[in-house]
Write a protein that binds this ligand. Structure first.
Ligand SMILES: [Zn+2]
Length: 172
């Protein structure tokens, strides 16, 4: 993985909205899938499935087009643990039909300690988090910079506190 891009088949498929553009990408998670659109500045369709009910989710989003308001994204563990297992964390950041499907699923699977965020919030975060990734002058964000990006999306509190020291690779 080179976030937000993945060379391995993952749970999300990202397709340009322009049918003449035959590129395709695997998105490692909901956050990465929005990030691919942000990094490329491209309107896309994201295909995935709700882990709770198996419903096919196909959403048309872009740098200026947010996802539907009902969709929810589940984060498995607090930000200071994301880098303990980057790939494992990433693949667990899944998209659900809505918040009630996250609750049903986590109850059934015995998942505790995660947090649910509106897909729109993750989409808003992915713009500044990944939007500069492919620029020639890209420089890795500092921890404080990324903490500010989380805060600007209302992701505050202990769960969203980034570790003081971290490897360069992104969990998203
Ligand atoms: Zn569902």
């Amino acid at each position: 993985m080179a976030h937000p891009f993945s060379a391995w088949p993952m749970a999300f498929v990202v397709t340009p909205s322009d049918g003449r553009d035959d590129r395709r990408w695997w998105g490692g998670c909901a956050w990465d899938s929005f990030g691919i659109s942000a990094a490329l500045g491209l309107d896309v369709r994201i295909d995935t499935a709700c882990p709770n009910c198996g419903a096919q989710l196909a959403l048309a989003i872009g740098p200026a087009t947010p996802p539907p308001a009902t969709l929810a994204v589940w984060f498995p563990k607090p930000a200071d643990q994301w880098w303990d297992d980057v790939v494992g964390t990433c693949t667990m950041i899944r998209m659900f039909c809505d918040r009630s499907h996250v609750e049903e699923w986590s109850r059934r699977e015995g998942q505790r300690g995660g947090q649910t965020v509106d897909a729109i919030t993750v989409w808003r975060l992915s713009g500044p988090w990944y939007g500069d990734r492919l620029r020639p002058d890209y420089a890795a964000h500092t921890r404080d910079h990324n903490q500010t990006l989380l805060q600007q999306c209302g992701l505050v509190g202990d769960f969203w506190r980034l570790p003081r020291t971290r490897p360069a690779r992104e969990p998203g």
